[in-house]
Write a protein that binds this ligand. Structure first.
Ligand SMILES: *[C@@H]1O[C@H](CO)[C@@H](O)[C@H](O)[C@H]1NC(C)=O
Ligand SMILES: *[C@@H]1O[C@H](CO)[C@@H](O)[C@H](O)[C@H]1NC(C)=O
Ligand SMILES: *[C@@H]1O[C@H](CO)[C@@H](O)[C@H](O)[C@H]1NC(C)=O
Ligand SMILES: *[C@@H]1O[C@H](CO)[C@@H](O)[C@H](O)[C@H]1NC(C)=O
Ligand SMILES: *[C@@H]1O[C@H](CO)[C@@H](O)[C@H](O)[C@H]1NC(C)=O
Ligand SMILES: *[C@@H]1O[C@H](CO)[C@@H](O)[C@H](O)[C@H]1NC(C)=O
Ligand SMILES: *[C@@H]1O[C@H](CO)[C@@H](O)[C@H](O)[C@H]1NC(C)=O
Length: 374
């Protein structure tokens, strides 16, 4: 399980926030509402094939898919089916992700469920492009007549951002209440020439520690200060009473500044602390330059010092809308809250667009610095 987490930390991040774990199975509209918002330009997805594994002959008399090369570089699929029973609008697709590792597709901790008709309406992963060829026009499903879609392939630009490179399989199970209608699998490869973003510059503002659990943490101080005229950095001192290995998870929730306050922004995910460090997420590994934090394990009773550190914007996800953000991270040690912190940053373009007067965040920050030194 561990290697799987290592290989798919970001994939988890995307899919966790549409998973039952976080939001409950009952709200399928929510999942497609999120999926519908995806836009990515940082990786390429090569669609390989689509296969019908099985279908329920009580509901369908035919369900076939054939994948073929549309041209030298593009694979497309023709699908045809015949429903012999009316299934209405309320059927679900349960999606389970698998990632190829050590010669097999292994379960990725990514599972979500959407209402098909709703997802279709919202054109998730470009599914509505199916109307371009064939005679499928959406819901409700027609009964007792063959329906075809042709020359279709998923639209990579509508996939979730930040999916790591690799070979994936998505198994999709059609469910009418508790009855299985069909099982299909879709295979594809995610690749990118480079994984870096250069489309925006982020200005780090500060990190604050909101609280920590004295059962696990003996000391935790974080102070933000100006390193030079333009860069803010942090110093932190951290002593735990427990060893941190693979047992610390971060639950991350983003907030975007609008109308004078930070408002919930629909990015929420969970990742493993040590794994994220190892993957150099947000440039975490630059803590090695100053202080003694160099990765996991982090042993109990050892004073961890981080100095002159700030996140590296080039290691942030691409395509984040302009604005100012607050990210709240809740660290869970074996499912019990260990500490809660907040990081603030804004995009440089946003800063230029702001009035010349100081932002409230900056004022508050300065006041805290003054208080700190008094
Ligand atoms: C599901 O989520 C959507 C979008 O957040 C919300 O508008 C709707 O009220 C939710 N439905 C239920 C049953 O919770
Ligand atoms: C293959 O077809 C797609 C879709 O029409 C097109 O965008 C792409 O450029 C084509 N590729 C080649 C190599 O002709
Ligand atoms: C859809 O197209 C197929 C193949 O061209 C045809 O056999 C079928 O009758 C059409 N179905 C409908 C509902 O028009
Ligand atoms: C896919 O469907 C299109 C349109 O009906 C047809 O021209 C093409 O021959 C089909 N390709 C295969 C491999 O079935
Ligand atoms: C501030 O320090 C950062 C990090 O060393 C450096 O990249 C930047 O150029 C410095 N800015 C100024 C104005 O000295
Ligand atoms: C850690 O430090 C505390 C307090 O200084 C001490 O009571 C405890 O024995 C230490 N534990 C270890 C494993 O060194
Ligand atoms: C941050 O840490 C560095 C290295 O230990 C130290 O020189 C500096 O004074 C610290 N700054 C603040 C504001 O604590």
């Amino acid at each position: 399980m561990w290697h799987l987490l290592v290989s798919s930390v970001i994939f988890i991040s995307i899919l966790l926030f549409v998973s039952q774990e976080t939001f409950g199975t009952e709200n399928k509209t929510w999942a497609s509402t999120i999926l519908e918002k995806f836009q990515q330009h940082d990786y390429k997805m090569k669609f390989e094939r689509y296969e019908v594994v099985s279908y329920n002959k009580r509901f369908l008399s035919k369900f076939e898919a054939v994948t073929f090369k549309y041209n030298r570089s593009l694979a497309v699929v023709n699908v045809s089916w015949v429903y012999i029973t009316d299934i209405g609008n309320e059927f679900e697709i349960v999606v389970q992700g698998y990632k190829f590792a050590s010669n097999e597709y292994r379960l990725a901790p990514a599972r979500f469920e959407i209402n098909f008709c709703d997802g279709y309406k919202k054109n998730i992963i470009g599914i509505r492009n199916t109307i371009r060829c064939g005679n499928f026009t959406g819901c409700p499903m027609i009964t007792n007549a063959p329906v075809t879609i042709c020359n279709w392939s998923p639209d990579e630009s509508l996939f979730p951002p930040m999916v790591p490179d690799g070979d994936y399989m998505l198994e999709m199970e059609g469910m009418l209440r508790s009855v299985q209608l069909f099982v299909v699998r879709s295979y594809g490869t995610v690749y990118r020439p480079i994984f870096k973003q250069h489309d925006y510059k982020l200005e780090f503002e500060r990190i604050e520690l909101v609280s920590f659990n004295k059962q696990y943490v003996r000391r935790f101080d974080v102070v933000t200060f100006k390193y030079n005229r333009t860069s803010a950095v942090i110093n932190a001192t951290w002593i735990n009473t427990v060893d941190i290995k693979d047992n610390l998870d971060l639950v991350i929730q983003a907030y975007k500044f609008a109308s004078n306050e930070y408002r919930l922004f629909p990015i929420r995910f969970s990742l493993n602390f040590c794994d994220a460090y190892q993957k150099n997420l947000i440039g975490a590994q630059t803590t090695k330059r100053c202080g003694n934090l160099a990765g996991c394990p982090i042993l109990k009773n050892v004073t961890i010092r981080v100095c002159n550190w700030s996140p590296d914007p080039s290691q942030f996800p691409p395509m984040i809308p302009n604005g100012r953000y607050m990210v709240e991270f809740q660290a869970m040690f074996r499912s019990i809250e260990m500490f809660v912190g907040r990081g603030y940053a804004m995009e440089e373009d946003t800063k230029e667009a702001l009035p010349v007067e100081e932002s409230n965040t900056m004022k508050r920050w300065k006041k805290e610095q003054t208080d700190y030194h008094e």
